[in-house]
Design a protein around this ligand. Structure first.
Ligand code: TGC
Ligand code: FAD
Length: 390
């Protein structure tokens, strides 16, 4: 049984509208009902639980902020964040699927696509009929995607796509892939690759210890013929994929709070019930220090993301502000997962509790969408004006 009680130490619900609370509570109830009962087994078996796809669509997790005319939920950025928080409270891998679908597949089609592409793909992605993936990272170009070698060659009536992408969430079963490749002038272009195109394969990456309920794979392109109408016409250059990452990183900043809340809530309940030396371990100073620091860090992260959400609603959030929140909140969640695991002693390593699964998942979350180091360097660049990447 899922006993989760969300912490709200600074009465942040007062900052939310009625709609925010309705959207958040619907997602929370759905996670309790549909995700919590099956997720541990899915993670143990390293299987993406396809049974939850229609539910994700119903709670508005596929394109929360995409306009309703394209099948999206037409919500604001705070609602989007709250949905991500609740889903990641269940599992980071499930949130990953929603992040990729919304911010890395629907967002570029919505922002950089033409009207035909929007009509053709967005409603099907919003309903979960299509699942998508996003191919930016390559075997030799992770933190430095600008060095990519995947390329397209103009053949007159179509392009020929060659190259490979690695570590791609949802790749093994995605119906479409938004792929970033260089044209003959070295300019990065976005294109929609469809499953079934000749020369396109998506082998799965096995034996992960992290994000086991999310499928990860490669995208391999061997002379794939891409119709010209599959190119995203309205933006190119590295700024195009990085713009999608801004939206996904923002969602992750909220999502990480969900994972942290679940670890804190589990550890608090366990510490009050677990008796050692004739008293609850929650009555010891050492365990109180852990729990008090957890709720302090969660509260700070909640304030950071709420403010970032209002800035995004006003179109004022900078990429560097988003980097700071992603970096801070994921590290906060990972630290809380590690501390919460210790509060549970040996029980903390079992699948009876969600903490170890969150901890292992967060090892991916701290690496993908820009590593912890890269986000620090983005802040460094922003405050000094001096890039330290190269
Ligand atoms: P740089 O020269 O700084 O920038 C190139 C162009 O991009 C513009 N730009 C941005 N535009 C929009 N949003 C941003 N966040 C932007 N950051 C930069 C910039 O203005 C410039 O535009 P222009 O017009 O002058 O050309 O680029 P750089 O090569 O020095 O690299 C910068 C760096 C290192 C920050 C960037 O490449 C980076 O963020 N690296 C990390 C890579 C990354 O995050 N990969 C994520 C892959 S997707 C993923 O992990 C999905 S996981 C999904 C899940 O399961 O949830
Ligand atoms: P590298 O770039 O090789 O970095 C290795 C280490 O070096 C890191 O600690 C890094 O911080 C450090 N480093 C790198 N450059 C510098 C520097 N200039 N200064 C100091 N330190 C530096 N990608 C996609 O495109 N789509 C997806 O859907 C996707 N899903 C993913 C799912 C999972 C489960 C995982 C684990 C990854 C996924 N990724 C995806 C890839 C992810 O974005 C990359 O792993 C990430 O960007 C880092 O690249 P890398 O692994 O090649 O590490």
């Amino acid at each position: 049984q899922d006993l989760f009680q969300a912490p709200d130490y600074y009465q942040l619900d007062e900052l939310l509208s009625e709609e925010h609370i309705l959207v958040r509570d619907a997602a929370r109830e759905w996670v309790k009902r549909e995700v919590s009962p099956i997720i541990e087994d899915a993670a143990q078996q390293a299987k993406f639980p396809t049974s939850i796809i229609s539910g994700l669509a119903e709670i508005g997790a596929f394109g929360p902020y995409i306009p309703e005319e394209y099948g999206g939920a037409g919500l604001d950025q705070i609602s989007y964040g709250l949905i991500m928080q609740e889903i990641e409270r269940g599992d980071s891998g499930v949130r990953s699927t929603a992040s990729v679908q919304s911010s890395l597949v629907m967002y570029p089609i919505w922002k950089y696509g033409n009207e035909e592409q929007k009509q053709k793909y967005l409603p099907k992605l919003a309903s979960g009929e299509y699942l998508g993936c996003f191919g930016l990272t390559e075997p030799d170009h992770g933190s430095n995607p600008g060095g990519m070698v995947t390329n397209i060659k103009d053949m007159g009536d179509h392009y020929l796509l060659n190259g490979a992408k690695m570590w791609i969430s949802n790749a093994p079963f995605a119906d479409i892939a938004v792929v970033w490749a260089k044209n003959e002038e070295g300019r990065i272009k976005g294109l929609i690759v469809e499953r079934g195109m000749e020369g396109f394969t998506t082998p799965e990456t096995h034996n992960k210890w992290s994000l086991r309920a999310s499928a990860t794979g490669e995208l391999i392109f061997d002379n794939v013929k891409i119709p010209k109408e599959n190119i995203l016409p309205n933006k190119d250059g590295l700024g195009a994929p990085l713009g999608c990452l801004d939206s996904a990183r923002y969602g992750i900043a909220w999502g990480a709070i969900g994972a942290a809340m679940d670890c804190y809530d589990t550890a608090l309940r366990y510490a009050k019930e677990r008796i050692q030396f004739d008293k609850p371990i929650a009555a010891t100073q050492l365990q109180q220090k852990k729990l008090a620091e957890m709720i302090t860090e969660i509260t700070k992260a909640q304030l950071l993301t709420w403010r970032l959400g209002t800035l995004r609603n006003d179109g004022k959030a900078t990429s560097a502000q988003i980097s700071m929140a992603k970096r801070n909140n994921v590290e906060m969640a990972l630290t809380i997962a590690r501390e919460a695991r210790q509060v549970l002693g040996a029980m903390g390593i079992t699948g009876e509790y969600s903490i170890m699964r969150h901890m292992m998942n967060l090892e991916s979350v701290i690496t993908y969408e820009g590593t912890h180091d890269i986000h620090l360097l983005i802040t460094g660049l922003d405050i000094t004006g001096l890039p330290a990447f190269k």
